[in-house]
Design a protein around this ligand. Structure first.
Ligand code: FAD
Ligand code: DLZ
Ligand code: SF4
Length: 515
């Protein structure tokens, strides 16, 4: 067996020379397999920029491996004979190379892992499937942490991760005496705020070739390629990170939740696609942020807030995904059944907040967390949209979307479809929240202060309708008690008017699902 090569399969989101499947391999003997597949480009209608990023980053990574002495068997999307499935491409490669075994790092998505798990039996090959060590918390470690707990709370998990990594610790105490500095964050931003110009990358020859391929093969997919400026190599991803550390980290915390018209990036990192694809290492990113704090370049509220997103939220949602799949995907605790409105694809709506969030999603394949959670997410929650349709939309339209991270964020955090596993109450809010955190309402056809009436902000009456609709389920939630007390105290006529207007609005919305 020792003289036969190993076949090392690298998936499109495992683009790191440190990936566990390459460890202890023999460059002179073993073969790396990478394949561009229609099964993967088509399991949802990915945004065109996402397709370009992944295919171009795969091609660049293959070229880097070859330059480093590896033999790479790279199957392109339009190669003759491409079967377009991982299983069948592995089967074909087994015939070509007659390896002694197949090595692969576990898949990010449950769907792909199911395939890998069947290969030893179906393809009659020894399969060495290795843990994905880019994550700090293994599946087994999380299962241990979760055992016996009545409820999972991210904040407790996050403290554990701070201890494990040693990030922002002063001995065994949290730096600055507190684990969480969110109290200093979440400020709204003003239009005249100075915003740094963010580093974007001009497409090179490989990327231009992929852009032409995507325009030709996926002409009807959502999104525009005009602004494609994402890094497609680890080197450029590092430059993007440095740019963020220099220009934006210091203000990240303060304006983390703010939203401004036509300012899609504000002080955000813009690095999630790179971490998810393997172009940046999450722990190295956090160490760089810690170092920026240590050398006085960023305040603690920014550094702690940023690190929490990565070692806290990112690790936590991935762990929940693996603990609860596959039935997690089918949950629908609030029995939401309405179809996704057409304007989620067209951006054509008079509601300026949604027009802004969806418009920038089309143009940049990016919206920041609060836009995803409190604009497109909250609207879908209030309007009772089927969480599976919402999940498929988020999985398709964002540059960083992979099911392991997108599904818990969408289905759990944003749509409360897991019944409160991820968050202790739904992220339901009226227009007042958006008005406080953005300038969207200034240019809107609707009046954010009006609860009902012709020009009333739809978030307002939909909010009270949501509260009323789910009283049985949510009324006993201690975190919702105050809201239900307000609802009960409201004038009966006002309550009736809000519910009637919501019902009429939702009826119109249902008609706007197919064009
Ligand atoms: P920053 O705001 O600069 O945050 C820094 C980093 O923290 C991010 O790069 C990311 O790696 C991590 N992070 C922050 N929040 C989260 C979170 N809630 N879960 C996991 N990681 C987090 N993130 C994805 O990577 N892929 C997705 O498909 C995705 N889908 C989402 C869907 C919904 C409905 C919501 C509410 C959030 C989703 N997120 C997703 C989380 C978050 O919105 C993005 O990670 C973030 O907007 C990426 O932009 P950034 O790099 O500028 O992040
Ligand atoms: C998302 C994606 C896309 C669009 N295309 C490919 C591809 O052609 N080849 C590939 O190996 N991977 C691709 N991916 C990423 C996979 O879907 C990813 O590995 C799974 O989502 C598992 O995490
Ligand atoms: Fe959105 Fe309502 Fe504000 Fe218009 S008024 S931008 S619909 S929150």
């Amino acid at each position: 067996m020792a003289d036969r090569p190993s076949l090392i399969l690298i998936l499109g989101d495992q683009l790191s020379p440190e990936i566990s499947s390459l460890r202890n391999a023999d460059k002179d003997r073993d073969i790396v397999l990478m394949c561009e597949l229609r099964d993967e480009t088509g399991y949802v209608g990915h945004h065109k920029q996402k397709l370009v990023l992944i295919l171009s980053a795969m091609r660049h990574f293959a070229r880097e491996l070859e330059a480093d002495g590896w033999t790479v068997d790279y199957v392109r999307l339009i190669d003759a004979g491409n079967t377009h499935s991982f299983t069948d491409e592995v089967a074909r490669a087994l015939k070509r190379h007659k390896p002694g075994r197949l090595i692969v790092t576990e898949a990010g998505e449950w769907r792909v892992q199911q395939m890998i798990d069947a290969w030893a039996n179906d393809l009659d090959i020894e399969v060495d499937c290795r843990p994905d060590e880019r994550f700090l918390c293994s599946k087994a470690k999380f299962a241990d942490w979760a055992k016996g707990r009545k409820e999972f709370r991210m904040e407790h998990f996050y403290r554990e991760m701070r201890r494990v990594t040693g990030l922002l610790l002063d001995g065994d105490k949290p730096e600055g005496g507190k684990w969480n500095f969110d109290h200093d964050n979440r400020k709204p931003a003003k239009e005249d705020l100075f915003l740094p110009k963010r580093l974007r990358f001009k497409p090179d020859e490989i990327t231009r070739e992929v852009i032409a391929l995507v325009e030709k093969e996926f002409p009807d997919n959502f999104g525009s390629l005009d602004n494609f400026g994402w890094a497609v190599t680890a080197k450029d991803a590092e430059r993007a990170l440095d740019d963020f550390l220099k220009t934006s980290l210091a203000d990240f915390g303060t304006y983390q939740d703010a939203m401004l018209s036509d300012r899609p990036f504000l002080y955000h990192g813009l690095i999630s696609p790179y971490i998810n694809l393997g172009l940046l290492d999450p722990l190295a990113v956090c160490r760089a942020v810690e170092e920026a704090y240590g050398s006085g370049k960023a305040p603690l509220n920014a550094a702690e807030g940023f690190i929490r997103q990565i070692i806290g939220w990112r690790e936590y949602v991935r762990s929940i995904y693996w603990l609860k799949m596959p039935d997690y995907r089918d949950r629908n605790a609030l029995s939401a059944k309405n179809p996704l409105p057409w304007f989620y694809w067209s951006g054509e709506t008079d509601m300026n907040c949604l027009r802004q969030a969806i418009g920038q999603t089309r143009d940049e394949a990016y919206a920041h967390h609060i836009q995803r959670l409190m604009v497109t997410g909250t609207f879908a929650l209030l309007a009772g949209i089927d969480p599976h349709a919402v999940h498929e939309w988020y999985l398709a339209v964002y540059i960083d979307a992979f099911e392991w991270v997108e599904l818990p964020n969408t289905l759990g955090m944003s749509q409360y479809a897991d019944g409160g596993l991820l968050g202790s109450k739904p992220y339901a809010a009226s227009g007042a929240y958006i008005n406080r955190m953005s300038n969207y309402c200034e240019d809107c056809a609707f009046d954010v202060k009006a609860r009902t009436g012709k020009n009333a902000c739809p978030f307002n009456y939909l909010y009270w309708d949501f509260i009323a609709r789910h009283e049985k389920r949510l009324g006993s939630n201690p975190r919702m008690r105050q809201i239900y007390a307000t609802w009960q105290k409201m004038d009966a006529g006002d309550r009736k008017a809000a519910r009637k207007q919501a019902s009429e609005f939702l009826e119109t919305l249902r008609a706007d699902t197919q064009r």
